[in-house]
Design a protein around this ligand. Structure first.
Ligand code: ATP
Length: 235
């Protein structure tokens, strides 16, 4: 079955201070895809994600999008962007209003699935780092985006919290939300079962399914990238 294309990237390059941070990246994201941008520190993952999300303009190349909603993108940044003094409940209400999300059903299901009920009346500055990540995810998807970008959304999250977040993401993906994420966590990759776009030093080396990692073409990659693959294979 042919699925709708959401984003197409053709020959995307990104230059900063005469240095190419991304070089000739091609790719296609279809509706309902789950994709991880994978590679060592400094590979260019966050830079590429920002271009995909329309937050950065490429120096060269073309990004085409086919969106259907008015507010199609959800972007959960590495930095937690919440108001310290607000309660979780008020935080959710604030973003609900801001994004004109009128489906209280969706918000209720999210609160239940993400396990936010017990912390609704807590202020953000009373929450642990992992709990803040959960709330950060909740506000990032509150408007039911067509495509969700997650830049290292699981840093410092314990396994129980991760379980809730992954269950919710799998649920959204099964409902048709396209997901693109960055993580250094193999557990997260194994749970979300994504296609892996393997990046190193601004180059796209291969695109493989998560369970075809042993066959990925990383020959021209750095030692750092090779070590990352060794870690997986020796588990
Ligand atoms: N504004 C900028 N000016 C100059 N260099 C930059 C800028 N932003 C990023 N870089 C450089 O571009 C490269 C890619 O950065 P990017 O944050 O995209 O990598 P990443 O793969 O997401 O890394 P990490 O896993 O550490 O988050 C790095 O070498 C970084 O130092």
């Amino acid at each position: 079955m042919r699925r709708d294309i959401v984003i197409t990237l053709e020959g995307i390059s990104y230059k900063k201070k005469r240095q190419y941070l991304l070089n000739q990246i091609d790719g296609r994201i279809n509706k309902g895809d789950c994709i991880t941008l994978f590679g060592p520190n400094g590979a260019g993952k966050s830079t590429l994600m920002k271009i995909m999300a329309g937050l950065n303009k490429p120096s060269r190349g073309k990004r085409s999008v086919q969106f259907h909603k008015k507010n199609p993108i959800g972007y959960v940044p590495q930095q937690i962007a919440l108001f310290d003094g607000l309660t979780v409940k008020d935080q959710i209400k604030y973003y609900q209003k801001l994004t004109k999300q009128t489906s209280t059903d969706f918000v209720e299901v999210m609160i239940k699935e993400l396990g936010l009920k017990d912390i609704l009346n807590k202020r953000i500055n009373q929450l642990s780092g992992g709990m803040k990540r959960k709330v950060n995810l909740a506000v990032g998807v509150i408007h039911q985006p067509e495509i969700l970008f997650l830049d290292e959304a699981f840093v410092g999250v314990d396994l129980a919290t991760k379980y809730d977040m992954l269950k919710w993401l799998n649920h959204l993906n099964a409902q048709g939300t396209t997901i693109v994420f960055i993580t250094h966590d193999w557990y997260v990759i194994n749970q979300l079962k994504p296609s892996m776009w393997i990046l190193d030093q601004g180059e796209m080396l291969d695109q493989v399914n998560w369970n075809a990692v042993p066959y990925a073409n990383i020959k021209s990659g750095s030692n750092a990238l090779k070590k990352m693959f060794d870690v997986d294979l020796s588990r």
